[in-house]
Design a protein around this ligand. Sequence first.
Ligand code: ADP
Ligand code: NI
Length: 220
Amino acid sequence: MHEILRRTAEHVRQQQSADCTGHDWWHTDRVRRTALALAAAEGADPLVVELAALLHDIADWKFHDGDTAAGPRAARAWLVAQQVEPAIIEHVCRIVGSLSFRGAGVPTPMDSLEGGCVQDADRLDALGAIGVARAFAYGAVRGQPLYDPEAPPAPHGSFAEYRRGGSSTINHFHEKLLLLADRMNTATGRALAAGRHAFLERFLAEFQREWEGTDLPPAP
Ligand code: ADP
Ligand code: NI
């Protein structure tokens, strides 16, 4: 394995070992593996993809007072200290800075195939069974209710609105998670997202059924 990849993985693993919001080392490791599989299928540069996947959550804006420059700044400091080639540093930092979801009405386009693979991989980890688990873990840390039947979901038109949060975790499915399958960059990512999206739909239908008690026996 490329020495820089080994050192970067070790660095990130140390930084993310204590996280319990779903942005932990194992999330990064899954994103790295998924992103590399997408890169192989799509013909993207595996070194840029793996470095960007490893560094993508190194300083997320959600945990840095909304500062979207914190991630690329931390990634750059690390890569410069490792004497990585400047063109690779630029590319990786551009990806890290533009990856994150910022609200239903806020476009976050990726301008390279490598960025598309990493963004797709990160989004795939927000879908499916792991996506459900991560959403409730994040919601608990933020003190959100599981669900509030009196608070309808609000598709956010701006990053500022999205950042304010304050919704339930079930609302987050409607405000973000169910929108992701239509926003994939690569054909391989889109195919994987379809299956994981279908699982979210099944989970929500069952949640609603149990919440409303439609599975209970009829009253005598
Ligand atoms: P991105 O990688 O696009 O920045 P996030 O960091 O927002 O994605 O999402 C990471 C994980 O945290 C996802 O699994 C997502 O569902 C969860 N998450 C983010 N915001 C919320 C929220 N308000 N409620 C519940 N889960 C959330
Ligand atoms: Ni992530």
